[in-house]
Design a protein around this ligand. Sequence first.
Ligand SMILES: Cc1ncc(COP(=O)(O)O)c(C=O)c1O
Length: 250
Amino acid sequence: MYPLLASGTDTGYIVGVRADDYGLSAESAARQVRELQPNIVFLCSPNNPTGTGLGLDVVEAVYEAGEPSQTIVIVDEAYHEFAHDGTPSALTLLPGRERLIVSRTMSKAFALAGARVGYMAAAPEVTDALRLVRLPYHLSAITQATALAALHHRVALMADVEDIKRQRDRIVSELQRMGLKPAASDSNYVFFGGLDNPHEVWQGLLDAGVLIRDVGIAGHLRVTAGTETETTAFLEALERILAGRAVQPA
Ligand SMILES: Cc1ncc(COP(=O)(O)O)c(C=O)c1O
């Protein structure tokens, strides 16, 4: 969506570069910001589609590298609630960094994508400036009431997050056991490689009643963690496909 939104506002958009294993070091990220001097940088942590998180050292380095160009750094933490316990949020870096913005959404951990509610934390100067440029009627009263109700029930909703994290970790270890290469995930999905023909595997899973995501990266697929039953259906179908056995629709 970022390039699409940029093109809709006539804004130039440059895709940053990651290492071959999709990692991003503080040094590489800072160098790219120094070279390009962008007005705004987006850092997704955990990243989509790899599910991998960024160390806070990367955020700090990018922020410092953006000092001469006064670059605004937006850390997209859409999936942060799914991160392993103890993973620090970029929220902890906000004090004293007035060019830093941390954005979140209610679409993922709160399972409320239909409400279309996102939010951000930033210095008051930034939030005040945004009030001047935001659309006048951007959140309906009903949407706001829905978001407040979800916050009210956050303990129950976060319990579902813990279940999803358990299934996510189960997927990673089971895929490793099957000889595949799952990326370390701090998200609610697992990006995995080691597939000779990902599209055939994707189709085989679909034929078995399991829909996962072909994100168009060679040799890889991405699967979202679901309930224990859904995860079992995925893992069993995948194992049968890899073994070259026919799969019966679920
Ligand atoms: C990295 C990332 N950020 C933000 C979002 C935003 O979600 P929404 O527009 O539903 O709030 C998504 C959704 O897929 C995402 O993958």
